[in-house]
Design a protein around this ligand. Structure first.
Ligand SMILES: Nc1ncnc2c1ncn2[C@@H]1O[C@H](COP(=O)(O)OP(=O)(O)OP(=O)(O)O)[C@@H](O)[C@H]1O
Length: 295
């Protein structure tokens, strides 16, 4: 029997020919991508490639100059709050928690978005709202349990270690009960243990059926995490496919190293055959050879 990962997945999120122009700068040019149900899609690319801009288009923060974004076939509203209610949640490159609120209160904020009623409503309204509020707390605790922060629900968010703050951001996003979760550099600044814990957490999120898009600079992390990977370079999708296909593609190596693979290999080979042996053989020969090479 085929595992869930290998069966064709229904597309939940699709960007079609998305172009984003700021003044004279084309940040995204005709970008298309598809995210399958319960899949993890990685988005990599050099600085300034347009990854965050694409996230902003996928969350209604930006309206693309051209092209469309569809969630389960329906055009995305161009209002971030409506996009969240429609089922897309995100975390940010720079953590955006409410630093002076407790861990539990931060998750409750996500829960209220899901409930489509603000916290003030529970004060102004009758007992059924207070009952909803109790249910919201219980549900928020479930999400804290899921990410492993249940024991510190009363800590103030700003006092949490960095890795825990990132986890809390994820818990808050999960509390909106999204169809799609967008994670912008979830392991930035993490130590290897925290990074591994984040990888395991994202796998567990996939097991719940949520579809995830992850932006990361750490390509090793992306290749070991994702079901498919898209490489953005200068606002365009350069390569997309399975982690293996993308990792071995010479264009990807070139985009990261700035040179064609053959040239990189020739450089390495050249260094081995000419420079290194001379150092090994005789300390003076490099300079002598240099002098001999001069016309
Ligand atoms: N609001 C904006 N107004 C003008 N230009 C913008 C805006 N947002 C992004 N850009 C430009 O669009 C291009 C893509 O930027 P973006 O932040 O999306 O890249 P990135 O791949 O996320 O980079 P990084 O890895 O450094 O975060 C850059 O040239 C950037 O300066």
């Amino acid at each position: 029997m085929m595992s869930a990962q290998h069966r064709a997945a229904e597309t939940v999120l699709a960007a079609n020919g998305v172009t984003m122009i700021f003044g004279g700068l084309t940040a995204l040019n005709n970008v298309s991508l598809e995210l399958g149900e319960g899949r993890i899609l990685g988005l990599i690319g050099p600085n300034g490639a347009g990854k965050t801009t694409l996230f902003n288009c996928l969350t209604g923060l930006y309206t693309p100059t051209k092209g469309s974004v569809r969630l389960r076939g329906a055009q995305l509203p161009s209002d971030p709050a409506k996009v969240t209610s429609a089922g897309i949640a995100r975390t940010f490159q720079n953590i955006r928690l409410f630093p002076n609120m407790t861990v539990l209160e931060n998750v409750l904020v996500g829960r209220h978005i899901q409930m489509k009623q603000g916290p003030i409503a529970s004060v102004l309204h009758g007992p059924w709202f207070r009952r909803d509020e109790r249910a919201a707390r219980e549900k928020s605790r479930d999400f804290l349990n899921f990410v492993g922060l249940r024991d510190i629900e009363n800590e103030v968010a700003r006092n949490l270690p960095y890795g825990d703050q990132r986890r809390l951001e994820i818990a808050r996003a999960l509390a909106t009960e999204p169809t799609v979760l967008l994670l912008d550099e979830p392991t930035a600044g993490m130590n290897p243990q925290e990074t591994e814990a984040a990888r395991q957490l994202i796998f567990r999120i996939r097991e719940t059926g949520i579809s995830t898009v992850v932006i990361e600079h750490d390509t090793k992390f992306i290749f070991s995490l994702c079901d498919s990977v898209s490489v953005l370079v200068q606002g365009e999708v350069l390569v997309e496919g399975s982690p293996e296909t993308v990792r071995d593609d010479p264009r990807v190596i070139e985009a990261y190293l700035g040179k064609p693979r053959e040239e990189v290999e020739a450089d390495v080979e050249g260094a081995r055959t000419t420079i290194i042996p001379r150092y090994d053989d005789d300390q003076t020969t490099v300079m002598e050879q240099y002098r001999e090479d001069q016309p």
